[in-house]
Design a protein around this ligand. Sequence first.
Ligand code: M3L
Ligand code: AKG
Ligand code: FE2
Length: 418
Amino acid sequence: MWCQRLVWLLRGQRGSTGRRWPQLPRDPEPVLAALARCHSTAPASPCCAWQLHQDHLELRYGSTVMRLDFVWLRDHCRSASCYNAKTSQRSLDTASVDLGIQPQAVRVDDTTLFLTWPDGHVTRYGLEWLAKNSYEGQKQQVMHPRILWNAEIYRQAQVPSIDCRSFLETDEGLKEFLQNFLLYGIAFVENVTPTKEDTKILAERVSIIRETIYGRMWYFTSDFSRGDTAYTKLALDRHTDTTYFQEPCGIQVFHCLKHEGTGGRTLLVDGFHAAEQVLRQAPEHFELLAKVPLKHEYVENVGGCHNHMIGVGPVLNVYPWNNELYLIRYNNYDRAVFNTVPHDVVRRWYHAHRALTTELRRPDNELWVKLKPGKALFVDNWRVLHGREAFTGYRQLCGCYLTRDDVLNTARLLGLQA
Ligand SMILES: C[N+](C)(C)CCCC[C@H](N)C(=O)O
Ligand SMILES: O=C(O)CCC(=O)C(=O)O
Ligand SMILES: [Fe+2]
């Protein structure tokens, strides 16, 4: 519905620029007709048109219709006095912008939107910039492009392991590794010297190591030196780690330094692929898993180790603006007492949890690998679940957690979308 003071001004239309909005044509029809002509005569060029509303500017650029709030438009001004391009930081004090602000004049040319504010300040926006940065523009994009996989898809893709030297010594090697990691949520480096020190060098090539209650670089065998099943020979069903942290660790690095015995294979399952199957089959289950907060807990009292960690959050974590899944928190061992919802939701949640578990346990979705000395595995702990088969004999694993922000930072600096 067009408001009273409506007008469409066409890109490049002579005489229509710089018009102030109190002086608007009484009848919008001719301009709308002109807009239609514009679309039909120049389909290849992104046609731009705009219309003023009470509190926002409606801007059509190509196929994107953006609704740009006036305060937002003032707030994001990239002029030298409002924005420091050297530091990419805002200098404008947003709190001093009149929340009832309206532009005094609006003009659009081929590439740029010009706004003049009541105090005479002029703001310019590139139309491409707006199309990319506006709500409407960015909600059409995914933040993290990924390839969801089951065992067959992953095998077919024949994702190569990266050679340790190329990983450590060349940007191309590191970039290829990170691209694989971002797309699949797992990536391997091979020909690594099987020591804790060399594994640390590997980890630090990608990120800052996230120190936790397990230390920086950890090293474990089945000696029950810590009060957790990981430190035994028992099988571990698929799970993500550190669900009991408010922010679970982003990445986990595993390097098996020694195994003299049988079993002990590693299980990997793409949690996002499973969640997507749930979304397709039963969106109400997906929604419940994304809405109901859960507690996970780590209570340790073994030897000198005393810890009590609690993390709260839903199983599925979704960006609210584009519904993109970004984190799965799934660990049935560490799930705490479920007391965050009233009784009528409890059973529905168990049904939803069952539906997800059924997908996660589908043999088709299971990728089994035997970790060997020299082959390091990086797992996206926000996406891919890991587990292990029971084993016999002496088995030594080392590794660490990485901070997700720093991994993504490295990827972005190499030109990857992350
Ligand atoms: C990896 N490392 C052996 C150090 C710790 C294992 C943590 C195990 C815990 N139940 C969890 O799932 O978070
Ligand atoms: O022993 C393994 O292969 C993995 C154990 C585990 O889940 C962990 O350390 O997080
Ligand atoms: Fe684990």
